[in-house]
Design a protein around this ligand. Structure first.
Ligand code: AMP
Length: 218
């Protein structure tokens, strides 16, 4: 089963994907994570990417579609991918369909995480995560004991980091782009009958339960 986890920045796509990875043994394909890994290389491309990402704009479809095809074409991942942060516009959705067709795969489910904008700004600007285990915390809703350290047993005292694009000025641009370019994709996937709506205003556990219930019913 291939799944798209869909929703605005801060909806909890990464958090819920990591649970699906554990429970369903799926592969999480996060375009944001792949791009952030590229930034560490300090290549010419990484400088351009950093600028685009810090402004909250979208990286070119060509770069993104190349990253995606490398993963979709791997036989070990066939029909077992959670697409997180992709597709983000209609061109990417069409490119994904063509790719899946080429590798004899399909999208079975689009999980639409619905959250009010008023909450998203706080969720994003308060977001920090462990530099090692990636566990997310939120300075407003789920503050770690020491605001600079991870509290999990394995990582105790490891540093918490904040993404450079998780600040209030970039957030409004990211939300605007989501509404203009990404949200219209719901119509595209609704017409294929694969969208399930999730109330993502609820607690992390409640959202996970809604998702597990939908997957059980498939
Ligand atoms: P995310 O981690 O999904 O919030 O993505 C962080 C940033 O990476 C975005 O604001 C974009 O600049 C870039 N990005 C991630 N995924 C995509 C995508 N599918 N298309 C274009 N840009 C993307």
């Amino acid at each position: 089963m291939n799944v798209i986890i869909f929703g605005p920045p801060g909806a909890g796509k990464g958090t819920q994907s990591s649970f699906l990875v554990k429970k369903q043994n799926m592969y999480q394909l996060s375009t944001g994570d792949l791009l952030r890994a590229e930034l560490k290389s300090k290549s010419e491309l990484s400088k351009k990417l950093q600028e685009i990402m810090d402004s909250g704009k979208l990286v070119s479809d060509e770069i993104i579609n190349d990253l995606i095809e490398k993963k979709v074409s791997e036989p070990s991942k066939k029909n077992n991918i959670i697409f997180d942060g992709f597709p983000r516009n209609i061109q990417q959705a069409q490119a994904l369909d063509a790719m899946l067709n080429k590798y004899d795969q399909a999208i079975s489910l689009v999980l639409n995480l619905k959250v009010d904008n008023s909450i998203l700004v706080k969720r994003i600007s308060g977001r920090v995560s462990c530099s090692v285990c990636k566990k997310p915390f939120n300075e407003f809703f789920d503050p770690p004991g020491d605001p600079t350290k991870c509290t999990t047993k394995e990582c105790k005292d490891r540093e918490l980091i904040k993404r450079s694009d998780d600040n209030e000025s970039t957030v409004s641009n990211r939300l605007k782009i989501y509404e203009e370019s990404t949200l219209p994709l719901l119509k595209y996937y609704n017409s294929k009958g694969v969208v399930k709506n999730i109330d993502a205003m609820k607690s992390i556990n409640e959202v996970t339960n809604q998702i597990n219930g939908i997957i059980l019913d498939l």
